[in-house]
Design a protein around this ligand. Structure first.
Ligand SMILES: [Zn+2]
Length: 142
């Protein structure tokens, strides 16, 4: 880390030195140009780093969006509308679904129908009751 920092500082200084030396030919004071060139390089590197971070962030968001898209897909076995061959089709809850038949090559549309029902739950735990009945049967009480 420190080595990397020293290395980039050295490179920055060399570049600034070359620019400043070049400018001395036009009677511009060395130190003045050296400092300005160094500052400009810091700004440029900062902007490049910022841009790279921003690009990486956008790319990551894209990957996440693609991932969610893939996750939201489910698969179902459907019969071809032409020949009846069973094909496994990816089903998206939102959007159109189409499947190309692996046998005849024709495209069929897949419509998803939603159904709603009440949630059923067991009235009570029957495990205990069954044991009770079993015991009664065993003892010929029933
Ligand atoms: Zn088919």
């Amino acid at each position: 880390m420190v080595e990397k920092l020293l290395k980039s500082l050295t490179i920055t200084s060399i570049v600034s030195g070359i620019i400043a030396y070049f400018c001395t030919h036009f009677d511009i004071v060395f130190l003045k140009t050296f400092l300005i060139a160094t500052l400009l390089q810091f700004i440029i590197w900062y902007l490049i780093g910022y841009y790279a971070d921003w690009k990486a962030k956008i790319k990551l968001q894209q990957i996440e969006a693609d991932m969610y898209k893939e996750i939201s897909k489910q698969f179902a076995d459907v019969n071809c509308a032409y020949c009846g061959t069973v094909n496994t089709a990816p089903i998206k809850i939102t959007g159109d679904n189409k499947v190309e038949c692996r046998k005849c090559g024709k495209e069929s549309a897949v419509y998803v129908e939603l159904e709603i029902a009440q949630v059923t739950s067991p009235i009570e735990d029957t495990g205990e009751k069954l044991d009770e009945i079993y015991n009664k049967l065993k003892n010929n009480e029933l």
